[in-house]
Design a protein around this ligand. Structure first.
Ligand code: 0WD
Ligand code: CA
Length: 380
């Protein structure tokens, strides 16, 4: 049972009479039993093509081809000349997920929902990436977040708003950083094939508009969730388990040369990798370790179910139960605070490291994110 749902932080009421309810992110408050997290079930998928057009199918699915233990992938190849970069100034908000929902309404109607009821049978709709940020919040010391929440027909929609700091970082990326962002996508091209029986083609163009996304349903404590996440590839064996258990997440990371570097991987990177893949039930992360010149020199597979054991030897390390309990309590907090059911009202939850989560309310503002076509479709 969540014991720290929400609390008034800081000064006493006499000193600060108008303080808004807030939620603490202190780790100690979330060290209790692991909450119920139901096995995520894939309820559908969609694809975004080279022009970022939506398709209600798996045409962008790719197949994992296990590389050599010591490959020599040059991640810099093609950066100049064979790279089509997605325009990351376009704010897509939840639009692709909402299109998927409109196209798949019937799949989501449960036995409890009658034909006359138009309501979705879930409490929260969001991107997996937003949930990853929530899971890692108690351990995050650098980057805050802004999450816009709208209650519409009983369902809470969560869509991220870029912070000023994040926008500044995006505007001031160095050429080196821009190139390193390409490396992750180039690694996918070296390890993924377009068909179960073909081979990767590193001579092609890397186009980051293309994506294959899974849509999963699950439950965290008493919160019913529907979210989507981008999936890099799947096991090419046709006898592999059904999705999401056949999916593989690909990562690149700096080569590990010292025990200190290994410890840092465990303490910081594995937290993000674990949170991202645990949420949709993706069982393994395949990492390519690269040198400073962007050449992948070794490979390692991390099984998500083994990561919690792997980190237990680290001093003062992160705990999965803290991540999940914080996320669950945040969702309870949102349910209690975002009470007005109105597609043009946004409850803006904000958090900065070393602070509590707070929120503000905005009507018909720049923050509104549910498109008219969606509201119309779901109310007609
Ligand atoms: O508009 C926004 N604020 C965001 C949009 C933030 C995060 C994601 N997105 C959208 C994009 O449409 C993207 O296709 O969500 C999709 C991916 O969603 P997700 O799976 O929930 O996001 P996340 O788990 O953060 O990232 C998964 C992968 C990344 O792989 P790595 O291995 O680097 O974690 O999606 C890619 C990236 O390959 N990715 C993005 N692709 C396009 N736009 C974005 C982004 N903003 N962020 C991550
Ligand atoms: Ca990846």
């Amino acid at each position: 049972k969540p014991n720290h749902h929400q609390h008034q932080s800081g000064a006493t009421p006499e000193q600060k009479p108008l303080s808004c309810p807030s939620l603490s992110t202190r780790r100690e408050l979330y060290e209790r039993d692991f909450p119920l997290y139901k096995q995520p079930v894939e309820v559908g998928c969609f694809s975004l093509d080279a022009e970022r057009r939506f398709f209600n199918d798996s045409r962008q699915m790719r197949y994992f081809v296990e590389p050599d233990r010591n490959p020599n992938f040059d991640l810099r190849d093609g950066y100049k000349g064979r790279y089509v970069k997605r325009d990351d100034s376009v704010r897509e908000k939840l639009d692709h997920i909402l299109r998927w929902i409109v196209a798949n309404r019937s799949k989501l109607d449960s036995s409890a929902t009658t034909a006359s009821s138009r309501a979705l049978d879930v409490d929260f709709v969001t991107w997996r990436g937003h949930l990853t940020k929530l899971l890692t919040t108690p351990y995050e010391t650098r980057e805050g977040w802004l999450l816009a929440v709208t209650r519409f027909s009983g369902t809470l929609y969560i869509s991220e708003v870029e912070t000023e700091a994040a926008q500044r970082e995006r505007d001031n990326r160095t050429e080196r950083h821009e190139e390193m962002m390409y490396w992750g996508y180039k690694f996918e091209q070296y390890t993924c094939a377009d068909n179960p029986d073909s081979l990767p083609d590193p001579s092609g163009v890397v186009n980051t508009n293309e994506a294959f996304c899974t849509v999963v349903q699950t439950r965290l404590a008493d919160h019913r969730l529907l979210f989507s996440g981008e999936v890099d590839c799947r096991d090419k064996d046709p006898d592999a388990p059904a999705p999401p258990a056949c999916y593989v997440e690909l990562k690149t990371s700096a080569e590990i040369c010292t025990p200190k570097q290994r410890s840092n991987l465990h303490r910081f990177k594995l937290l993000k990798w674990w949170a991202q893949s645990f949420l949709p039930g993706v069982p393994r992360v395949v990492a390519g370790f690269r040198d400073h010149e962007g050449v992948v020199v070794s490979m390692e597979t991390f099984h998500i179910s083994k990561i919690s054991h792997l980190i237990k030897n680290e001093y003062n390390c992160w705990k999965p139960t803290v991540c999940m309990n914080f996320c669950s309590d945040f969702m309870s907090f949102v349910k209690h605070m975002a009470t007005e059911d109105n597609p043009s009202v946004v409850y803006l939850f904000s958090w900065e490291p070393r602070r509590d989560v707070t929120f503000s309310i905005h009507r018909d503002s720049q923050y509104s994110f549910l498109p008219h076509w969606y509201v119309k479709e779901m109310t007609s």
